[in-house]
Design a protein around this ligand. Structure first.
Ligand SMILES: *Cc1c(COP(=O)(O)O)cnc(C)c1O
Length: 411
C-alpha cells in the first residue's frame, strides 16, 4: 500500500512515517521487540503506569514483549510462578544475594558451590559486612550446625560444581524450612528437567526452594554464544523484593539474546537427554582408562551422593533419571600436572574452555585444593579434569579420549 504524499520534509518523514504494517502476523518464533525507549500514549498514561505487573511497558530495561515471553517459558520450565531475566547466570546469583542480605547478615554456601558465587561472597559481599560460612554439601547435620541467628540465606547446588557430589537436597531444604531461612538453589545442572526445584517431593509443592537461579547460558541457550540468567520464584512478595533490586541495579537483557534463547528452548529437552546419554556412557568407560583413579558423575553407583541423585532424579516414569552432560575424573597424583595438561592438549574434538551446554565438547583441568575450604573424604586425591559433553557422536568422542589417555598416562 502506498502512502498519500506528505507535506513533511523527507528527513522527518523517514522518522515519523505513517505506514503501519497490518496486525495478525503469526509465525513460529515471537517477534524480536527491541527498545530502550517505550512510547506512552499520553502523559496521564505515563504517570498512571504501574511497572509492578506486566500489563504494559515502561522502559526497555524492564522488558519488552519478547522478554515477557521468555520469562513465562522459563517460569514454566522451573515450575515457578515468576521469573526475572538478567545478563548472566552470575548476575542472577549476585542479584539474589544483594537483594536478600544486608550488613550483619550471614549466608551459608556449600563448599562445592559454583566458584564465582564463593568469590562474590569473599571479595564483594564481605566489604558490605555480609559474612559467609561454608558447609559440607554431603552432611545435612553440618549445614544445620552452621546456622546462627545471623544466618539469613542458604545457597544450595545439586550437584556441586566441578566435583558433582549430589547432596541430600530434600534434607537441606527441610532444615531451611524448620529454621525459617530463605534458600536459593543454583539449578543450572538440573535445568528444570532433572528434578522440580519448587516441588521436590513431587506432590504439588509441599517442599521446595524459595528461589531458583539458572544460567540460561548453558542448556537453554545451547549454543555457547549467549550469556543470560534467570531468577524464578513461587512467591509474589519475594519476587517483588528481587524485582526491585533487579530494577535498581539495572540488569537488563538484550532482546537479540532473548530471541536466541527462545529459538533454542523448544529443543532443550531433546538436547539435554542426548548430552546425558553420551555422558553416562563415556563416564562409565573412563573408569577403565589409564591414569584414572575416580570418576565423578552422580548416575554412577560409586559416585558421591549417588543415592541422593537417584532419590531426587529417578521416577517411576523415568527410572533411569536425568543427569546433564558433565563428568570429572581424578588423575592418579603420581602423574604430574604437566602430564595432565598434555592430556588435555592432546584431545582433538574436545576444546579447552569453560561453560557447558553447547554442541562442542569441552575439557578443563582444575586445581581442586585451592577451590575448597573444608576437607572432603569423598573425592580422591589427584588432579581433576572436567569434561562437558557436546552433541558429537559417542564413538568419535571415545576414540579421542582413548588416544589422549593412552598418550598421556599409558604405560
Ligand atoms: C555457568 C554457571 C553459572 C554462571 O553462568 P554465567 O552465565 O556464565 O554467568 C552459575 N552457576 C553454575 C552452576 C554454572 O555452571
Amino acid at each position: 500500500m502506498t502512502q498519500a504524499p506528505s507535506s513533511k520534509d523527507i528527513v522527518t518523514e523517514l522518522i515519523h512515517h505513517g505506514y503501519q504494517a497490518p496486525g495478525g502476523f503469526s509465525a513460529p518464533q515471537p517477534p524480536v521487540c527491541k527498545a530502550s525507549t517505550v512510547f506512552f500514549p499520553n502523559v496521564a498514561a505515563m504517570r498512571d503506569f504501574d511497572w509492578k505487573d506486566k500489563s504494559a511497558y515502561t522502559y526497555g530495561l524492564h522488558g519488552t514483549p519478547t522478554s515477557y515471553v521468555l520469562e513465562e517459558r522459563i517460569a514454566s520450565l522451573e515450575g515457578a510462578q515468576q521469573c526475572l531475566l538478567v545478563p548472566s547466570g552470575l548476575a542472577a546469583i549476585a542479584t539474589v544475594s544483594l537483594s536478600l542480605l544486608k550488613t550483619g547478615d550471614e549466608m551459608l554456601l556449600p563448599d562445592n558451590a559454583y566458584g564465582p558465587n564463593k568469590a562474590l561472597a569473599e571479595a564483594e559481599l564481605q566489604q558490605f559486612g555480609i559474612t559467609h560460612r561454608y558447609f559440607d554439601p554431603l552432611d545435612p547435620a553440618d549445614l544445620a550446625a552452621k546456622i546462627t541467628p545471623k544466618t539469613k540465606l542458604v545457597w544450595l547446588e545439586a550437584p556441586g560444581s566441578v566435583t558433582l557430589e549430589f547432596p541430600d537436597l530434600i534434607a537441606q531444604v527441610r532444615i531451611c524450612r524448620e529454621r525459617k531461612l530463605l534458600c536459593a538453589l543454583d539449578n543450572t545442572w538440573g535445568a528444570g528437567l532433572a528434578f522440580p526445584p519448587f516441588d521436590l517431593l513431587r506432590d504439588g509443592g509441599s517442599l521446595g526452594v524459595d528461589v531458583c537461579v539458572h544460567a540460561l547460558t548453558k542448556y537453554p541457550s545451547g549454543g555457547g554464544d549467549v550469556l543470560m540468567g534467570s531468577i524464578t520464584t513461587r512467591d509474589q512478595a519475594l519476587h517483588m523484593r528481587l524485582k526491585l533490586t533487579h530494577m535498581r541495579i539495572g540488569f537488563g537483557v538484550g532482546m537479540n539474546d532473548v530471541e536466541a534463547v527462545l529459538r533454542a528452548l523448544p529443543s532443550m529437552a531433546l538436547r539435554y537427554h542426548a548430552h546425558d546419554r553420551v555422558t553416562r556412557e563415556l563416564a562409565a568407560w573412563s573408569a577403565t582408562q589409564p591414569g584414572v583413579v575416580q570418576v565423578l558423575h552422580p548416575a554412577l553407583a560409586d559416585s558421591p551422593g549417588h543415592a541422593m541423585w537417584k532419590a531426587l532424579c529417578c521416577t517411576e516414569e523415568n527410572p533411569s533419571g536425568a543427569a546433564a552432560g558433565l563428568f570429572s575424573v581424578l588423575i592418579d597424583p603420581r602423574h604430574t600436572q604437566a602430564q595432565v595438561d598434555q592430556f588435555c592438549d592432546s584431545l582433538a574434538l574436545f576444546k579447552i574452555g569453560y561453560s557447558w551446554g553447547g554442541p562442542i565438547s569441552l575439557v578443563v583441568p582444575y586445581e581442586l585444593p585451592s577451590m575448597r575450604s573444608l576437607p572432603s573424604s569423598s573425592v580422591k586425591p589427584g588432579t581433576l579434569v572436567r569434561f562437558s559433553i557436546g552433541l558429537e557422536s559417542a564413538r568419535d568422542l571415545r576414540a579421542d579420549l582413548a588416544q589422549a589417555f593412552k598418550a598421556a598416562f599409558g604405560a
